[in-house]
Design a protein around this ligand. Structure first.
Ligand SMILES: [Zn+2]
Ligand SMILES: [Zn+2]
Length: 201
């Protein structure tokens, strides 16, 4: 089964404009199979976990948080996407920090030394940033929306072929067994992954 998923979204429980239910409904209408809520840790309202549990949707939902992590080059964002037993950590939107490529690589290494890290985003607000989709960054590279409103939904996503379970999805991402999809473009294969014989829906 090919699953289409979104690993980075915001809701009214931090600085997003849509409620968790509205976010889930928006991604449902775009044909997604799973969705991670990743509201900002420093803005998070205390009832967030309950609000995520109350969402009624066919989508497989991950409760996550976007962590603000200190590095010597400034604060960066790392998503923690919580599965059933497993947890996925993604270094977010490297283009957002105004660092040179060399400093970005150093920053990722510094964060990885103090923090678990499984993957790196190659998108900024859902738009592909190919300068970070390179072998020198030795992690699976994921596309994600970082959506804060309806307009930001459905620009960049991941597609993978695995069992429909949170931990199986996390394992597939960590292992690089997925491909990235972008609105208006055909999906590009994750460069860290072996070729996958799947076709786009
Ligand atoms: Zn962020
Ligand atoms: Zn974000």
């Amino acid at each position: 089964m090919i699953l289409k998923g979104q690993l980075h979204t915001h809701t009214t429980y931090s600085d997003g404009e849509m409620t968790p239910q509205q976010v889930a409904d928006a991604y449902k209408s775009l044909g997604f199979d799973f969705l991670a809520f990743t509201d900002h840790d420093h803005l998070l309202k205390s009832s967030y976990p309950e609000a995520v549990k109350r969402v009624r949707s066919d989508l497989l939902i991950f409760c996550g948080v976007e962590l603000t992590v200190h590095s010597s080059l400034g604060y960066v964002h790392v998503s923690r996407v919580v599965g059933d037993k497993d947890v996925l950590h993604i270094f977010n939107h490297p283009a957002d920090y105004d660092l040179t490529l060399k400093k970005t690589i150093g920053c990722i290494e510094e964060v990885a030394a103090q923090h678990p890290l499984d993957a790196v985003e190659v998108t900024n607000h859902g738009f592909y940033t190919p300068e970070f989709d390179i072998e020198e960054i030795p992690y699976p590279k994921v596309a994600a929306d970082d959506s804060h409103n309806r307009l930001g939904c459905g620009r960049g996503w991941v597609e993978l072929e695995c069992e429909r379970s949170r931990d199986a999805i996390i394992a597939a991402i960590r292992g690089g067994r997925f491909r990235n999809g972008f609105a208006g473009k055909s999906a590009s294969r994750n460069r860290a992954a072996p070729a996958m014989q799947i076709r786009l829906a």
